[in-house]
Structure formats: C-alpha cells, structure tokens
Design a binder for this molecule. Structure first.
Ligand SMILES: NC(=O)c1ccc[n+]([C@@H]2O[C@H](COP(=O)([O-])OP(=O)(O)OC[C@H]3O[C@@H](n4cnc5c(N)ncnc54)[C@H](O)[C@@H]3O)[C@@H](O)[C@H]2O)c1
Length: 261
C-alpha cells in the first residue's frame, strides 16, 4: 500500500534539487502532488514527469499564497522547501560586520517570511480536515553560527523556531496538524554548482567541503526526500515540533569525528 495514498501534497521550490526529489518521492507513494516554484517552466517539467500539477508560487509573495489558497483551498501535506543562500545573484559578503541590510532582508524575505506565509496557508488549508503535516526545510546552518552566511543561518534558525510555535499552536487548537523541521547539511543539488565549478579541481573541492563530515560525502536529495515521506505519512503521527538532522553525522559533535589520516 503506498504510504501517501489519497493525500494532497504541495511542495515549494520543487523545480529542482531537494524539492524535486521530494515531489518525485511523494508521487511514488501515491500522493496527488502540486509542484510549485517561482520557476514556472521548471515546476511544469517536474509535474509532467511525475503526473502531478504545477503552479508558479514565489514563497515571499503574499498575493501568490492567496492565489494558491483560491486554487487549492485544502491539502494534507505541505513542504516548505524553497530557500536561498543569498549568493545566487551576487557574491557580496554576508558576514555580520559588512553585510548590507538589503541583502540581509532579501534572504529573510524568502526563507523566513516565506515560512510564515507557508505555515499560515497550511494551517488554514488543513483545518477543514482537522489534520495534516507541515514540513519545513531548515538547515544544519540553523543550528550553528555561520559567519560567512550570517543571514542564511539566522533565517534557518528562525525556521526551526517557527516550526515549534506552529506545532504548539495547532495542538492548542485541538488540531492534529503536525509541524516538523528537517535540517540537512551538504546535499548535492544545483545550489552547490557555483561553488564546485566544472574544472579539474571539482573533485578536490567536493572532498574539501565534506572533509569535516564523519560520513565524508555529500548527501543525496533522495535521502532528504525519504525523511520527508516519513514525516508526511501517518507513520509519524506522534511527531510534532521535532527537528531532524540529516547531515552525515556532522552535528554529532567534533569530539565524535573520526580521526583524519
Ligand atoms: N543543498 C544543500 O546542501 C542544503 C543544505 C541545507 C538546507 N538546504 C535547504 O534545502 C532547500 C532546497 O535546497 P536545494 O539545495 O534543493 O536548492 P536549489 O537552489 O537547488 O533549489 C531551490 C529551488 O527553490 C526555488 N526558489 C528559490 N527562491 C524561491 C522563491 N522565492 N519562491 C519559490 N521558489 C523559489 C528555485 O527556483 C529552485 O527551484 C532550501 O531551503 C535550502 O536552504 C539545502
């Protein structure tokens, strides 16, 4: 029996990377999947591939969420996956001393305002059913300080916290709407391409990025998707307000890291 049979599942930022992997996994488990992204063509491609539906949605746009609520007033599962590092458009510094307020706000507008709008829509869309699962993709960066990407780290820490407020609010309301956060570390997606490049030193760069990861490799988007399937399914009925790390052991502690050659 497919684990998400009959469930209506909406995934944001699902035109590529982790979001696309989650959309594919949900479809394999029998869900009706709405693939959303600010990249309309990319979302349509994934929807065609998995037999789902597509809609353009910029998670930072309140009117876009209103349009989604109009078209899809109810759902069972909502994955808030869309996110930006802030380095997509330019490589200006994001450290606490020299970052601009404009860059700081741009990252929070997508990662944090987007999460607020997503959860608000999710609670309203799940209330008629009295149940559902909201999954917020935070990051390992939301659990530790990242000096060179302070805005990203701050926004992802706020995603973690808001997840817990939403979980408690829904419980207080007598709703069986669960809300949990997933915290990936380095997962190989197009987000990494500008940092890895295509040159002969690509392999060395990849090895350097995961040198401190106990399992010494990047994660695969399908591995994050497997966790999302579990949280979306009724198997996770007693999980709410939880944070799940998927990081190759990175956050287990530096003292636990294997010895280097
Ligand atoms: N890849 C990693 O190593 C990693 C690690 C930790 C957390 N994450 C988080 O996982 C999520 C997915 O990351 P990814 O690596 O797949 O990224 P990605 O850059 O490969 O894909 C992100 C997708 O989100 C879309 N998007 C960007 N801004 C949007 C907006 N305002 N509205 C709607 N869609 C928007 C993009 O068009 C793209 O399709 C992000 O929240 C990211 O912060 C990723």
């Amino acid at each position: 029996m497919p684990r998400l049979n009959t469930k209506i599942c909406i995934v944001t930022g699902a035109a590529r990377g982790i979001g696309a992997a989650i959309a594919r996994a949900f479809a394999r488990e029998g869900a009706t999947v709405l693939v959303t992204d600010k990249d309309k063509g990319g979302a349509a491609d994934i929807a065609r591939e998995i037999g789902g539906e597509a809609m353009r949605l910029d998670v930072a746009s309140e009117p876009d969420w209103a349009a989604l609520a109009e078209a899809w007033p109810e759902c069972d599962v909502l994955v808030n996956n869309a996110g930006v590092t802030g380095f997509e458009a330019n490589s200006r510094p994001h450290d606490p001393e020299t970052a601009s307020l404009e860059d700081w706000r741009a990252v929070h507008a997508v990662n944090l305002d987007g999460t607020f709008l997503e959860c608000r829509y999710g609670i309203r869309a799940m209330r008629p059913r009295g149940a559902g699962s909201i999954i917020n993709i935070s990051s390992r960066s939301g659990l530790v300080g990242i000096p060179a990407a302070a805005a990203y780290a701050s926004s992802k820490a706020a995603v973690r916290n808001h997840t817990k407020s939403v979980a408690l609010y829904c419980a207080e309301q007598g709703l069986n709407i669960r809300c949990n956060s997933i915290h990936p570390a380095a997962v190989l997606t197009p987000m990494w391409e500008p940092m890895l490049g295509t040159g002969p030193d690509r392999e060395a760069r990849m090895a350097a990025f995961v040198a401190d990861t106990p399992l010494r490799r990047f994660g695969d988007p399908d591995e994050v998707a497997a966790l999302a399937v579990m949280l979306a399914s009724d198997e996770a009925a007693y999980m709410s307000g939880a944070e799940l790390n998927i990081d190759g052991g990175l956050l287990a502690g530096s003292a636990a890291a294997p010895k280097r050659e």
